[in-house]
Design a protein around this ligand. Structure first.
Ligand SMILES: CNc1nc2cc3nc[nH]c(=O)c3cc2[nH]1
Ligand SMILES: [Zn+2]
Length: 374
């Protein structure tokens, strides 16, 4: 019995999008799904009760960050990450590779793993497939990610080929180090950059290792959106239809819709929570920078079309005032609304898939939100 199973419900007749459910030891969630990011064991400014209220059934946390602070030993002693943060929904943890490459200045990648400096203290550290698995084992996440290298964009074909082959060897080592497959799922991460042949090689390597789910990595790292979309069109058909597909680090509302159309089931991104903390909101009519002076006397909700408790009870003028005064409650309100907006967007995407009209939905949504049509 594996910890994670995917239930396919239907495929949209108008696009390649699919409606499904992912079953985990901490509950199931409908897909396509957006996963709020809780890097340091909290989705910044949100309580677990509020996340539950908005139907965020799965959240992300970060192996690298929790390893450094507070340490996986403390979280294990607390009974695991669910108990530590009082969250009884599903948790997916990233494996740390991406954080090492994006946060640490000195890093030396060897076959055995990565030597780097702690981005907080400067002390020398070492992360390997086995160590990344051991930390995630201590955290007790429902979905673990294999330890991988996410090369920078752009990278040469030679560099990317060597990196993909090492990431595939690391993936095998992660499977060998996987202690409790019946309690924790493990996703392999497809790499290969912008190179069709390397994406195919990476996907085939990982599929031959038979993971319970597959992530598509190495994207949302500065590449043009058309390259991301082309890599998805190329990669998802190679992945098994009966397993979840997770596009890492994505993303903006348009990328979520475009990813769903290309067969992606799971998404994560810090965008909604990060822009909320500087007073920017996602609305059905596009982005709204609530701190702008024009909202000083605007007593309407953030988004007329949103039925979240923020839009029902608070006005742009009030939220602008709080944000201008750097009041924490203001950022709680913008964060709640932005997360609700993306979770609601995915609900509309799932409805459109069930009615075989996701292509039409995309047209209308892009028009209303103001995304320039390709
Ligand atoms: C914000 N963009 C982004 N967040 C990512 C996280 C990742 N983790 C592991 N491996 C990846 O390739 C990877 C790529 C990513 N892109
Ligand atoms: Zn709202």
């Amino acid at each position: 019995m594996t910890a994670i199973t995917y239930e396919h419900i239907k495929t949209c007749q108008q696009t390649g999008a699919r409606l499904g459910k992912v079953h985990t030891p901490h509950g199931s969630f409908d897909t396509p799904a957006f996963m709020p990011v809780g890097t340091l064991a909290t989705v910044k400014t949100m309580s677990p009760e509020e996340l539950q209220e908005m139907n965020a059934n799965i959240i992300l946390s970060n192996t690298y960050h929790l390893w450094l602070r507070p340490g996986e030993d403390i979280i294990e002693e607390a009974g695991g990450l669910h108990r530590f943060m009082n969250w009884d929904g599903a948790i997916l943890t990233d494996s740390g590779g991406f954080q090492v490459f994006s946060l640490s200045d000195m890093r030396d990648i060897k076959e055995e793993g990565v030597h780097f400096r702690n981005h907080l203290s400067g002390e020398k550290l070492f992360l390997s497939p086995e160590k990344a698995m051991s930390i995630q084992n201590s955290l007790g996440s429902d979905i673990m990610m294999a330890f991988d290298e996410c090369p920078p964009y752009p990278a040469s074909h030679d560099y990317m080929k060597a990196s993909v082959e090492r990431t595939s060897r690391w993936a095998e080592r992660c499977l060998k180090a996987h202690e409790r497959p019946s309690e924790q799922g493990l996703f392999g991460i497809v790499q290969g950059g912008e190179y069709d042949d390397l994406r195919k090689q990476s996907a085939k390597d990982l599929v031959s290792l038979d993971f319970p789910g597959y992530a598509i990595g190495g994207l949302s790292v500065g590449e043009p959106k058309d390259i991301m979309n082309r890599m998805l069109e190329f990669t998802t058909p190679i992945l098994p239809a009966d397993k979840p597909r997770y596009l890492m680090g994505v993303g903006s509302p348009d990328s979520l819709v475009d990813g769903a159309i290309r067969g992606i089931d799971m998404f994560d991104c810090v965008l909604p929570t990060r822009i909320a903390r500087n007073g920017t909101c996602m609305t059905s009519g596009g982005r709204l920078v609530v701190r702008n002076a024009k909202y000083a006397r605007d007593f309407s909700p953030i988004d007329e079309n949103c039925d979240c408790h923020v839009c029902k009870n608070y006005t742009r003028a009030y939220i602008r005032h709080l944000v201008k005064c750097n009041e924490t409650f203001g950022f709680r309100l913008t964060t709640y609304h932005n997360l609700y907006f993306l979770i609601e967007l995915m609900k509309q995407v799932r409805t459109a898939i069930s009615e075989d009209r996701l292509g039409d939905f995309k047209e209308a949504f892009f028009e209303q939100y103001g995304f320039n049509q390709e």
